[in-house]
Design a protein around this ligand. Sequence first.
Ligand SMILES: Cc1cc2nc3c(=O)[nH]c(=O)nc-3n(C[C@H](O)[C@H](O)[C@H](O)COP(=O)(O)OP(=O)(O)OC[C@H]3O[C@@H](n4cnc5c(N)ncnc54)[C@H](O)[C@@H]3O)c2cc1C
Length: 277
Amino acid sequence: MEKKVDFLVVGSGIAGLTYALKVADHGKVYIITKADEDESNTKYAQGGIAAVMHSPDSYEKHVQDTLICGDGLCNEEVVRMVVYESTDRIKELIEWGTNFDKSSSGEYDLGREGGHSENRILHHKDITGKEIERALLAKIHSHPNIEIANHHFAIDIITQHHLGKPVTHETKDITCYGIYALNIKTGDIDTIVAKTTLMATGGTGNVYSATTNPVIATGDGVAMVYRAKGAITNMEFIQFHPTALYAPHLKPAFLISEAVRGAGAVLKTMDGKEYFN
Ligand SMILES: Cc1cc2nc3c(=O)[nH]c(=O)nc-3n(C[C@H](O)[C@H](O)[C@H](O)COP(=O)(O)OP(=O)(O)OC[C@H]3O[C@@H](n4cnc5c(N)ncnc54)[C@H](O)[C@@H]3O)c2cc1C
């Protein structure tokens, strides 16, 4: 099958779905995703999302907390952009139908997690990501300009190379024309041509033997962009979670939510020593 669209989105986690909703008023959007549409790291996120909602919290406090935790690895410009955008992005998720828990006074029930000096974690019980994914997919399905294709596995980016022009990693103007995707149900390879392609394929957790990530997290997008462009410059950080330590040769059966540590819990080794607090 060959398909032409204005916007092609690869991946149906929070990044892909949010982008799709933002561009859908400007053209036809086609989302492809390699498993069921809700299968994503997003669905498994538990504790919640950090955002500055009101005083005594402030953007500067959140920026400083982030820079301290980043221990020199953060790009401060990006940290500032993310933190200063946080309130508006949360309001957007709420407008799109996400339910964050409220306290009995009607205010959002803000939790505190490791590294945060203020209560700023919005959550939905301990299944925040599942609630966000639910709300975004409901919104996606109600938009007439958005189509979503499950079980479509992006294989490679289409560049000039696929049009018969020689391309090397030194070529300056390598252009993305779309994606080749395997329709897992039929075995066909679809050619999807788009004016704009967004790679929102998530992380790479499953390249490690122990991970809390679902099996979809295999870094496909990173590999495709690397094959097309020959360079990935911004990949520096893989999140490590202490629960993965308990049986490094096995996949952990459960994840201790960050919210538990935020509420004061202490993680100890088998001989009772404090591991993280
Ligand atoms: C157990 C767990 C708990 C977490 N808890 C929190 C938390 O409390 N707070 C927080 O802020 N973050 C948390 N995170 C991190 C958070 O979930 C992720 O940072 C975020 O969801 C990433 O969103 P994404 O859209 O970039 O990727 P994902 O949600 O992983 O979406 C990627 C999408 O791309 C698709 N895809 C991948 N490869 C292909 C391909 N080749 N072709 C087609 N489709 C493809 C996948 O199927 C999926 O739909 C947690 C993560 C995990 C795993």
